[in-house]
Design a protein around this ligand. Structure first.
Ligand SMILES: Cc1cc2nc3c(=O)[nH]c(=O)nc-3n(C[C@H](O)[C@H](O)[C@H](O)COP(=O)(O)O)c2cc1C
Length: 243
C-alpha cells in the first residue's frame, strides 16, 4: 500500500477527544491541501465556519442532538455550500444569479469533495475527525447562531481533535456491492451480498460488545419515515431553490 492509501484505510470517526487545541498551522496546511480538490468548473461553491466561541460550541452540542464531542473537540468546523460569492459578483455586474436544484447539488458536491480532502489531510497530520450531520437537526437554529447570510448553506459539521479512543475499523460493503463492470447486478445478487455483509457487521458489533446489533435491521428502518423534513423550508428561506 502506498502511504496515501494506507492513510485512507486507517480512517475511523473519532467521538471522544482529549483536551488539546489544533494549531492554526495544521488547520491552514490541511485547508490548503483540501482546496486542491477538483471543483465543478472551478466555481468553488463552499466555505467553512470555524466556531471558536465556547458558548456557541455548547449551543451547537444542543442543536446537534446532544453530541458533546462538538464542544470537546479541539476545533469545530461547519462545512457550507456557498453561492454568496457568486451572488455578489452577479449583483455587481448587474447579472441575475439564478439558483435551482442543480446549483444546490453543485454546492453539496463541491463542499463534500473539499471536506473529505480536508479530513484526509487532517488525519495524515495525526488529528481525529468526525462529521456531524446532527447540525441538520435544527438548521434554522444553527444559521441564527452563526449569523449566516443568504446564499450560505450549512451542510454538516466536522469535529477535529486529539483522539481519546481507538475505535475498531468499521467494515464496509464488499466491492461487489459498489463496483460493477458494464451492468448493474440483479436485485437477488445485491440482496445476497448485503446478507453476507450483515454477518460481517454482526461480528464487528459483537467484538465491540454490542452483540445482537445488525446492519440490515438498521437499514430497513433508516428510510422508513422521512428524515429532517425541515431541510427544504430552511434552505429555501436561505435563498436556495430546490426545483
Ligand atoms: C455527512 C456525515 C454526517 C455524519 N454525522 C454524524 C453525526 O452527527 N454524529 C456521529 O457520531 N457520526 C456522524 N457521522 C459518522 C458516521 O456515522 C461514520 O462515518 C460511519 O458510521 C462509518 O464509520 P467510520 O467513519 O468510523 O468508518 C457522519 C458521517 C458523515 C459522512
Amino acid at each position: 500500500m502506498n502511504p496515501v492509501i494506507k492513510q485512507m484505510h486507517d480512517h475511523r470517526s473519532i467521538r471522544s477527544y482529549a483536551d488539546a487545541t489544533v494549531p492554526d498551522d495544521d488547520i491552514r496546511a490541511a485547508f490548503e491541501a483540501a482546496q486542491c480538490a477538483a471543483t465543478s468548473a472551478n466555481i468553488q461553491v463552499y466555505s467553512v465556519l470555524r466556531v471558536t466561541r465556547t458558548e456557541a460550541r455548547q449551543r451547537l452540542v444542543e442543536l446537534s442532538g446532544g453530541q458533546q464531542k462538538v464542544a470537546d473537540a479541539g476545533a469545530f468546523l461547519v462545512i457550507c455550500g456557498d453561492i454568496r460569492r457568486h451572488r455578489l459578483l452577479a449583483d455587481r455586474a448587474g447579472e441575475p444569479c439564478i439558483e435551482n436544484l442543480e446549483s444546490f447539488l453543485l454546492c453539496a458536491v463541491d463542499a463534500s469533495l473539499f471536506a473529505q480532502n480536508l479530513v484526509l489531510a487532517l488525519e495524515s497530520l495525526g488529528w481525529g475527525t468526525c462529521y456531524i450531520g446532527g447540525i441538520r437537526n435544527d438548521l434554522a437554529g444553527v444559521s441564527q447562531l452563526l449569523e449566516l447570510p443568504k446564499g450560505v448553506y450549512p451542510l454538516y459539521g466536522l469535529c477535529v481533535g486529539k483522539p481519546d479512543e481507538a475505535p475498531w475499523k468499521r467494515p464496509r460493503l464488499p466491492m461487489e456491492a459498489v463496483l460493477f463492470d458494464d451492468r448493474y447486478p440483479s436485485d437477488e445478487a445485491m440482496l445476497e451480498i448485503m446478507d453476507r455483509y450483515d454477518d460481517d457487521m454482526a461480528a464487528y458489533y459483537e467484538k465491540r460488545g454490542a452483540s445482537g446489533r445488525r446492519w440490515i435491521s438498521q437499514m430497513e428502518s433508516f428510510f422508513a419515515s422521512p428524515r429532517r423534513t425541515g431541510d427544504r423550508t430552511y434552505f429555501e428561506s436561505q435563498g436556495a431553490s430546490l426545483k
